[in-house]
Design a binder for this molecule. Structure first.
Ligand SMILES: Cc1cc2nc3c(=O)[nH]c(=O)nc-3n(C[C@H](O)[C@H](O)[C@H](O)COP(=O)(O)OP(=O)(O)OC[C@H]3O[C@@H](n4cnc5c(N)ncnc54)[C@H](O)[C@@H]3O)c2cc1C
Length: 413
């Protein structure tokens, strides 16, 4: 079969939030992009993932004029509730740091981005197979793949963005002697459910007790999202609906504290926890964005927001890179550093800027995870120590402000 070849400025592997937002913002700057995505649009739209958007993420959706419904169909949350052994404390984001978060599910974010990209005539190939990236150390990197009809295709570009999620094949293209992988795991996971019930409370409740962690989140007026801490090897089918609700109610401190709204459970999943950072986020003509470069445990609601902050930092640096390429001496200098012809310097600056924020988010996600979860086999001392930490946060405006500032998203990139 003849390979069909096309050419754009930037080729993007992965049509999740990071890939699509990059494509759209590049187009706003007159930079052409093409996206290849392994899954179908319908499958991604139906996948339940993040739900909390930081203020800077919402600003990006609004400012990029992609027709996002975040402000009309999302829900602004001006605070959240932390609960320890049934004692609740509200963290008032607006009063503390003057920012809110928005409840707007990731699958709706994806839908808005995919709809905008396609409405603007953006090139995207869904359900591709056998994706490979080549030529990162030369002048013409390329993505090769078989399209949904099985036809071989090749997209040539000046730069490749690896936005292919936590199991990224792109990041493995950064040689082992260039890449440092920072990784830690946790001895627990989240058991997530979707159930046909209205919201239990107006804001999210993050709860810890002697039987572990639970999060009462939301989706809409009819569907509620909840999580509780479980062993990573848990089989969701081992838990009946009644047992799930009884357990979550216990973490909340009983019905007298807050009466859980219950309903038919329509989805059960176990979500393992890991923290990972790839450093650097660039090599030659490749840059990584979103989960491809880093993953966080979901406790701090940072994953999707980090994908957006990467894009915010990346797009101006791509423009700078392309401008340098077109105005400077032709040279396929790969990852070579230093010198006037060092065209990839803007990409390395992106990596350094993005990683600063990534590590802040890693810290907050790790800290919030340890504050709110019970370690297997921990003793009574550990629980009482955690009570002290909890009170240090909720009992002081400084502690509350730290939580509010981190949770709603630091103002700078
Ligand atoms: C259950 C759950 C709950 C979460 N809750 C939150 C939360 O509350 N708040 C928050 O901020 N984050 C949360 N996250 C994290 C958040 O979903 C991710 O951080 C976010 O999806 C990252 O976006 P991304 O575009 O980088 O990656 P992804 O959304 O994973 O997109 C990557 C895309 O690349 C595609 N792909 C992969 N390999 C290839 C390939 N070889 N070729 C072509 N395409 C490929 C994938 O199919 C995928 O569509 C949660 C995650 C999970 C799983």
């Amino acid at each position: 079969m003849t390979e069909h070849t096309s050419r754009v400025d930037v080729g993007i592997v992965g049509g999740g939030p990071a890939g699509l937002m990059t494509a759209l913002l590049l187009k706003r700057r007159g930079i052409s992009a093409a996206v290849v995505e392994r899954r179908s649009q319908e499958t991604i739209r139906a996948t339940q993932r993040a739900g909390i958007l930081e203020a800077p993420t919402v600003d990006m959706l609004v400012d990029a004029e992609i027709g996002s419904r975040v402000l009309t169909e999302g829900h602004e949350h001006e605070g959240t509730v932390l609960s320890f052994d049934g004692v609740q404390h509200r963290i008032d984001f607006q009063a503390l740091v003057g920012r809110s978060v928005w409840l707007y599910p990731q699958n709706e974010v994806f839908h808005d981005l995919a709809t905008a990209w396609q409405a603007e005539g953006g090139e995207i190939h869904w359900e591709v197979d056998g994706v490979a990236v080549e030529g990162l150390e030369g002048d013409t990197p390329a993505i090769t793949f078989a399209d949904a009809a099985g036809e071989p295709r090749r997209i040539e570009a000046e730069l490749i963005v690896g936005a292919d999620g936590s199991r990224s094949m792109s990041r493995k293209l950064i040689p082992d002697d260039v890449r440092t992988d920072y990784f830690t795991s946790y001895p627990f996971a989240w058991f997530g459910i979707l159930c046909e019930a209205p919201p239990t409370a107006p804001e999210l409740i993050y709860a810890n007790s002697e039987v572990g962690f639970a999060l009462i989140s939301q989706r809409n007026e009819d569907i509620t999202r909840m999580y509780f801490q479980c062993d990573p090897d848990t089989d969701p089918e081992d838990w009946s609906d009644d047992a799930i609700f009884e357990h979550i109610q216990q973490v909340l401190g009983g019905e007298d504290v807050v009466a859980l709204k219950r309903g038919r459970i329509i989805d059960k999943t176990v979500l393992p926890f890991r923290s990972y950072v790839c450093d650097p986020l660039t090599y030659g003509r490749l840059v990584l964005a979103g989960d491809a470069g880093h993953t966080v445990p979901p406790t701090g609601a940072k994953g999707l927001n980090l994908a957006f902050s990467d894009v915010r930092a990346l797009v101006p640096r791509i423009e700078e890179f392309l401008t340098g390429l077109r105005s400077g001496p032709a040279r396929g200098d790969g990852s070579a550093g230093g010198g006037p012809a060092d065209l990839t310097a803007p990409l390395r600056r992106y990596s350094a800027t993005a990683l600063d924020r990534v590590w802040k988010a890693q810290n907050f996600s790790w800290w919030a995870t340890n504050l709110l979860h019970r370690r297997p086999g921990e003793d009574a001392f550990a629980h009482q120590r955690r009570r002290g930490e909890f009170q240090a946060i909720t009992g002081s405006v400084h502690g509350q402000s730290y939580f509010a500032d981190s949770y709603t998203g630091w103002a700078e990139v």
